[in-house]
Design a protein around this ligand. Sequence first.
Ligand code: PLP
Length: 605
Amino acid sequence: MTDRFTQRLNQAMDLRNIRQSDFVKAAEEHGVKLGRSHVSQYVNGKTRPRPEIERFLAAVLGVDARWLAGEQVAFDEHPATFNDVEQTTNVEHRHVIEQHADGNVQEDIEQHNIVELMDFEHRDSIEHEDVEHEYGIEPKDVAAHDVQPSSLNISEPTHASAPHRSGQEHIMEPQFDDDVQDPSFIDVPSSVTPEEPKVRGRRTFAKSHKLDNVLYDVRGPVVNEAARMEAAGMHVMKLNIGNPAPFGFRTPDEVVYDMAQQLTDTEGYSASKGLFSARKAIMQYAQLKNLPNVGVEDIYTGNGVSELINLSMSALLDNGDEVLLPAPDYPLWTACVTLAGGKPVHYICDEQSEWYPDIDDMRAKITDRTKSIVIINPNNPTGALYPREVLEQIVDLAREHQLMIFSDEIYDRLVMDGLEHTSIASLAPDLFCVTYSGLSKSHMIAGYRIGWMILSGNKAIAKDYIEGLDMLTNMRICSNVPAQSIVQTALGGHQSVNDYLVPGGRIYEQREYIYDALNSIDGITAVKPKAAFYIFPRIDVRRFNIHDDEQFALDLLHDEKLLIVQGTGFNWKDPDHFRVVYLPRVEVLKGAVDKMTRFFSHYRQ
Ligand SMILES: Cc1ncc(COP(=O)(O)O)c(C=O)c1O
């Protein structure tokens, strides 16, 4: 750890006996936007907060904010208070109000703020301190009454998350069915590889502030830690990513064969929305799902649904526009709204009602700035499938408040128990809807990268927005053409995925097993999923004294070498859930449940 801020943050946390979760709690109490993952990144030196957040951290720690920032003052010379933080925030708030009142003033003030941030960033990015360490020179700039190594253990801050396993341990680890292990950790994230030595005065580059509040914990710090463990030779059992192929779900032969046949015909760019044959097949699929008013031109292919979520939020949102999103959600949605400058507003999905959206909560959260409602149906991470009545209520709400509807239906063909999926767009011919789906899950080709979005209903009201979509679609030129070439094959004829979803089929039997097994662990309860391949169990947090679920996920990883994703990674507010991907075979799931049972039998946070 080389950064002075990080070093001092860790020192002060040790001194004041403050844990990461204490910052999050304090932030909630003071209305400051600060998530667990942010704090974890600051503590681990992956990123540095903005000045106002630094002041807030200093106030929680009761240390001088300048000291925390790395300046040569005593750590307790002028301890920051929450008043300082609030005053700063108020000043910034006044700026915002003025910005709204007067367009010209807005520009001036915004620019002023940006300059301030840039100055700070610049100061931050010249790393003098490391040079001194590099050349074996003692830091001379520590003030006489600065915090000393002896009192605060300046040399090597310790972290709960740091791997500290002996080389022998992994040799002792029981192995589970090798063919179902997800190989996706072969790439150790660059953020966990050793840093290059730094040279005096070298300019470094920080990430954009647009990413400040963007989180994607499905591949976040816990996953990085798992990658580090694997790189150290340990065997980690991964129930964290909905990637069917590594769990033995093979792409239908016909799909692979047809792509191979067409490979030489798909070397060039296609039309930006995609090949006609692919879009025609998707259009016909839309007809079967009763989507109203859909022509070939209303279909856009993408490099997975992921690209299209990003693209459609970027085309829609001005700064501060609000989008209603489910909690829990598939976090890419929240991330893309934030990245586009929008404000994600989460409505609750109610565990007591099969995880259906709470319509009253949705209604209560609509404001003048709300532009659209997002639903994920079937849902990741809960596995819920929304019945027609629930969808109708959402449509009524959207109609009443003139909102657009975005419906992520990537799991629409993975439905069990004889239930049928209804596309919300089929109930809303008078509204403007965008429906997303693709082949990643239903055809087990997540790696080929092919998804699509379908515009339907009242397109006249979205003419300008559609121009924006077209512009961004043109700018990325086109989606993966070989993958487009098999859409027609995939969507027509026998759907082999259906065999997995009925009694005796893998997904069905794995769902039955995991649902019963999780519910038989003391302190764990779960609603039975109806679709997809995720389950989102509840943890009795009192029993286990859990107040930080990222820490829980790390502890489970370290103790049992089992990787799950904590519930807050899905924008679920409380630390009382986690997501399990039940794609592995039952024998492997049994091993995972044994690990969980053992862990929960003794775990107290
Ligand atoms: C709800 C949801 N939407 C979109 C995606 C991304 O899908 P794609 O592979 O098409 O980018 C996922 C992937 O897990 C998902 O769960």
